[in-house]
Design a protein around this ligand. Sequence first.
Ligand code: NAP
Length: 279
Amino acid sequence: MAIRIDGKALAVKVKEQVREEAAKLPRKPGLAVILVGDNPASQVYVRGKENDCVECGIVSFPYKLPAETTQAELLALIEELNANEAVDGILCQLPLPKPLDEDIVINAIAPDKDVDCFHPFNVGRMTIGDPVFLPCTPAGVMEMLKEYEIPIRGKRCVVLGRSNIVGKPMSMLLTQADGTVTTCHSRTEDLAAITREADILVSAIGKTRCVTADMVKDGAVVIDVAMNRDENGKLCGDVDFAAVEPKCSHITPVPGGVGPMTRALLMRNILTAAKNHQA
Ligand code: NAP
């Protein structure tokens, strides 16, 4: 039976490390959290991040803006926060209500406060292997692989998904760790033939049970990034967990896998920003 990778427990450990290090800084790290509109999922995510800040000794500055907020108003707030010395990180919860433009907003956040690591400057730094911040979800996955001593060097890694926030940076970090990486997407032909080659399979598609047992090699490591809802409204991933678990060596559950790690790595990025600002 596979080892279940306990993202919840590892996230607690990462957050404890952040809290210890944050306490040593002359000034508490600060995170500005911008939430535009009343998307219920976004409200839950933001509340979670604010709670994480409390746990880690990070001050959070909440900005709850109405859905009618204009692009100019949002950009003016970001400009103000870019200049605010008590704010080390700025997080603008996505998705933004229409017609706000997410790319313009991402580009407006000062790169040294871009704790989500979405700004092209930070994406570029990560890509050349000289990162300031690491993108939270892929970095959380890398942390799990490290904690469970799963070798990456020379291994066949397959990443399902090529989004800017998950799939692409995931492939990049695995490549930098000496994995041999194939990135798949909705246009990939004969997906199962590729996934069956994977020693490490990371799925970030967003479709319930789209990774079935016949797609997984015996003894593979399976990391499920997705957060979907099944037919009963229950949180689940991409992987058909019950059928895949007996085949693999390690697997992440949903919930309790990658999700908590994403949040913990955000806290680490805020600490990094605060250290850089107070150096
Ligand atoms: P996204 O932007 O919708 O990207 C999904 C990717 O999956 C796209 O690259 C798409 O290909 C690909 N895809 C769609 N159908 C496919 C198929 N049948 N076969 C192979 N590839 C397929 O989503 P995302 O933002 O990357 O998020 C992916 C999932 O991770 C979602 O469930 C999301 O909720 C979850 N997520 C979780 C965390 C966490 O902390 N656990 C964080 C972020 C996201 P194309 O590029 O060709 O369209």
